[in-house]
Design a protein around this ligand. Structure first.
Ligand code: SF4
Length: 668
């Protein structure tokens, strides 16, 4: 019997219209857990590096986390993996909501799409009955509107629907998959879904999931719930409000946005708006939010309620995606009323709330600097808000300049030329980053940014505090009940971290300590992404309810796989390395692992080199960031080294790269 997972994937060949229910190998679950881990294994096995994002051979995998559908609080993530049209690397975007548990209850761990449908279709998964249905009547419809129309058409109000909007249909490189209460936005996975001709996947499931040791498992769940309650009454002192409590990231309940609005750089990631958060702005935002927010809502089986439904006058209600509350407002230098209004349209179109506003502000910067001209923007309104609506419409329709901008700032700058490159300045691995421009280099952030392969906010931060606390007594208090650390040495790292002087950024934490901290943070993110856990209850937060000490127990009693901390660490390393190998095979190298030039004002090239060298060594990668033959062997990944040797990427016997390769520099 299989526990926690169903043991079956749904394979859909869209070219032939063929659907199969395939039993999976339980040994893969032991080695790669589930969710992201087994998604990566499938992509490695079946999508060679010659396959482009928009090739029929590319796969689009909707994978549920291993513990999704069990009573584990906050475990509801769907991990959507494919090859990204924007980065040309593996994309693994995540969505919360209700979709993953529903798929498990329908009897499947993953839906794997391959090929391309000649006509627009949607999938209807109703327990054992699975159909490919015509979606021609849904062409051009909004993502949320589509979900509602499908529920009505199927007469199944409880169906969970993941859908794309116009942006996905038109293969915008930063198109998202929307799901009512969440979305998977990074990496342009919505564009791949559109390219495959799939408008939506609707799911209804009414079956059970087996738990290996139900009593032990429930005991662990109660402990987590008790801790969440305790944390509610005991917020962490001295950190910004969204980190003081749990949830990811509580933007909807919190009104004070002084920290975000004044500390990030807005527009095209250029303008730090010091002094923005006045009493008047605060009053105005509070009034707007109180009027617009209908209620606070949660994902499946989570008490945190960190999302909110938003109703703007004359517009359908939608769910606000955490940080999107700020990105449009601040990029357009406007007010919250505008931000909440345009976000409704952007959600229906299905675009990433980080990339889209930056791309639009980038276009306006090029216009202001004469690189783009009036000819590129026929009939564009004169006001900033009007221009953002205008550009959003052009982008999702790929009309005129919108067709160029739809590929994101990296590719658009290449196509526009004439110095536009200098304005595409906020990318890592060809993907728009957080509009965060800082002063002094922070070594932990530096490594998280450089080596992160998911490229979203929750995987840049982690369980270690973002900055030193000013007073030692405050730090002493913090470490007292910090039982989540994998080892007590992390407490000492933090205790000795000072805001100024010898033990401060950028030389403290030392290279060695930084590698250790980043490895811990990364490990937790990867475990979450395989189990399907929300980062807001685990890896994104300080002192979360899930950590390296209780996760093995959840896996043992839930999935029936004997697990301890070492085995779990080894499994996470295995699929983390496999993802790196997928990207290495696609041309990613050390030169791609650098934050934007202006990310920090004060840079330290020698130290940065040491940090990257140190981390590569720590991880068992060579100086190009390629996993060595020895480290692959240790993880049971000999099949990976054989492939890399055969391709001339690794040299047999030596752990150096023998071939210079570049990530594809052509648009699809
Ligand atoms: S913390 Fe927020 S985002 Fe995470 S599962 Fe709960 S409601 Fe969803």
């Amino acid at each position: 019997m299989r526990y926690a997972e169903t043991g079956f994937n749904l394979e859909v060949d869209l070219t032939r219209g063929n659907i199969e229910r395939i039993e999976t190998d339980p040994r893969d679950t032991e080695l790669y857990l589930g969710g992201l881990g087994t998604n990566a294994k499938i992509l490695w096995d079946r999508v060679p590096p010659e396959v482009d994002a928009f090739s029929p051979e590319n796969l689009l995998i909707f994978g549920t986390g291993l513990l999704c559908g069990t009573p584990a609080t906050g475990c509801n993530r769907t991990i959507v993996s494919t090859i990204s049209p924007q980065t040309k690397l593996m994309a693994f975007s995540m969505m919360g909501g209700y979709w993953a548990p529903e798929l498990k209850y329908a009897g499947y761990d993953k839906v794997i799409l391959r090929g391309k449908s000649p006509d627009l279709v949607y999938l209807w998964i109703n327990n054992d009955k699975v159909e490919i249905r015509d979606a021609s009547h849904l062409k051009g419809k909004g993502a949320i509107e589509t979900a509602e129309l499908i529920r009505q058409e199927l007469k199944e109000p409880k169906a969970q629907v993941s859908a794309i909007g116009l942006a996905g249909e038109n293969r915008v490189y930063y198109a998202s998959v929307e799901q009512g209460r969440s979305s998977a936005s990074r990496g342009g996975i919505g564009a791949v879904m559109g390219d495959k001709g799939v408008k939506a996947i609707a799911v209804r499931g009414t079956q059970d999931i087996n738990i290996a040791q139900p009593a032990e498992f429930m005991e662990l769940c109660y402990e987590v719930m008790d801790y969440i309650k305790w944390r509610e009454d005991h917020p962490i002192q001295g950190v910004i409000p969204i980190l003081a409590i749990l949830g990811s990231p509580q933007e909807m309940a919190i009104h004070d946005e002084k920290w975000h609005t004044e500390n990030f750089s807005w527009g095209n990631a250029r303008l730090r708006r010091k002094g923005f958060w006045t009493e008047d702005v605060s009053d105005e935002w509070l009034e707007t939010m109180n009027k617009a927010r209908t209620r606070l809502i949660s994902c499946y089986n989570c008490p945190i309620a960190c999302g909110a439904t938003i109703s703007m006058p004359g517009l359908p209600t939608y769910m606000m995606k955490c940080f999107t509350k700020l990105t449009y407002t601040m990029a357009a230098m406007s007010n919250l009323d505008f931000g909440l209004t345009i976000a409704q349209r952007a959600t229906e179109y299905g675009v990433d709330g980080y990339s889209a506003p930056q791309v639009m502000a980038f276009a306006l910067e090029l216009y202001e600097n004469g690189i783009l001209t009036d000819k590129d923007f026929p009939e564009m309104p004169a006001d900033s808000e009007g221009r953002f609506f205008y550009l959003l419409d052009k982008i999702v329709r790929r009309e005129g300049i919108g067709d160029v901008l739809a590929n994101g700032t990296h590719w658009a700058a290449k196509e526009i030329g004439n110095g536009a490159d200098a304005y595409a300045h906020n990318n890592i691995k060809k993907h728009e980053q957080l509009p965060l421009k800082l002063s002094m280099l922070n070594p932990i952030y530096f490594l998280m940014y450089c080596t992160g392969e998911k490229i979203n906010i929750t995987q840049i931060e982690g369980q270690f505090p973002q900055a030193p606390f000013p007073k030692r007594e405050h730090r002493e208090k913090f470490v007292k009940d910090w039982f989540q650390v994998p080892d007590d040495r992390f407490k000492q790292y933090f205790l000795d971290w000072e805001p100024r002087g010898e033990n401060s950024n950028p030389y403290y934490p030392t290279v060695e300590m930084t590698c250790d901290i980043v490895d811990w943070q990364e490990r937790m993110h990867y475990i979450d992404d395989a189990l399907g856990m929300c980062a807001g209850l685990s890896s994104f937060h300080m002192k979360p309810p899930y950590h390296i000490h209780n996760y093995p127990k959840f896996i043992s009693s839930g999935a029936g796989i004997e697990m301890d901390e070492d085995k779990l660490t080894q499994a996470a390393r295995r699929y983390r390395t496999l993802i790196r190998a997928i990207n290495i095979r696609r041309g990613m190298r050390r030169k791609d692992e650098k934050p934007p030039k202006d990310h920090w004002k004060k840079r330290f090239p020698e130290l940065e080199k040491e940090l990257l060298d140190g981390y590569y060594k720590f991880k068992g990668w060579n100086d190009e960031g390629i996993p060595t033959k020895a480290s692959l062997h240790e993880l049971g990944l000999d099949y990976v080294s054989e492939d890399l040797i055969q391709r001339g990427i690794l040299t047999d016997g030596k752990d150096t790269s023998s071939k210079e390769v570049s990530v594809n520099e052509k648009t699809n």
